[in-house]
Design a protein around this ligand. Structure first.
Ligand code: ADP
Length: 167
């Protein structure tokens, strides 16, 4: 039994955080009192945005939710998500599902996590119809090719503030 029972970890690459992620986060806040949005990264893989920039973008994107009382902590981590759950004393991992392909990949990861740490439960939140086509990959492609990615991103952030050094 974990102490921080009403908290959950929402892990992802969030490279960058999109409206789809925001939608999952808002649904998760209906289920949990506190959400740790956890930017997972691998030292060996160079991302589009650095982990620190991804954290800063998410902090800015969720500020209006926090101003309305939501308890959200944004952090970066390496290593196993179940280890982060143990560190944060929560039994819950949030993941979003867009397609059956997501489900197949995610259910294997959820089972592996449960095998490693039996008390850890993955809670799947289905994508809203309006956002189900949005992915960080598409957003990156649009930005790299000079398009306007703002329809896919939280409205209160300007992606140029985070990728200045790249354009
Ligand atoms: P990862 O590399 O760990 O899959 P992502 O940043 O791509 O990280 O996604 C984090 C989580 O958000 C995943 O569970 C993913 O399925 C979910 N997700 C991504 N885009 C959407 C979306 N448009 N709607 C709902 N869930 C989404």
């Amino acid at each position: 039994m974990k102490q921080n029972k009403r908290a959950a970890v929402f892990p992802g690459s969030f490279d960058p955080f999109t409206l789809g992620h925001m939608d999952v986060l808002q649904s998760a806040l209906k289920l949990f009192d506190k959400i740790y949005v956890a930017v997972g990264y691998n030292h060996l893989k160079r991302g589009f945005l650095s982990p620190q920039t991804r954290v800063r973008l998410i902090q800015d994107a969720v500020r209006p939710l926090m101003d309305n009382g939501a308890d959200i902590e944004v952090l970066s981590y390496t290593g196993l998500t179940v280890s982060l759950c143990r560190e944060k004393e929560t039994d819950f991992i949030i993941r979003g599902l867009r397609t059956t392909t997501d489900f197949e990949l995610e259910s294997v990861i959820a089972q592996a996590n449960r095998e490693m740490q039996p008390e850890t439960v993955t809670v799947f939140i289905p994508a809203s119809h309006a956002y189900s086509f949005i992915s960080s990959t598409v957003v990156r492609d649009v930005i790299i090719n000079g398009g306007d990615a703002s329809p896919f991103l939280p409205s209160n952030i300007d992606i140029k503030d985070y990728i200045q050094s790249k354009i």
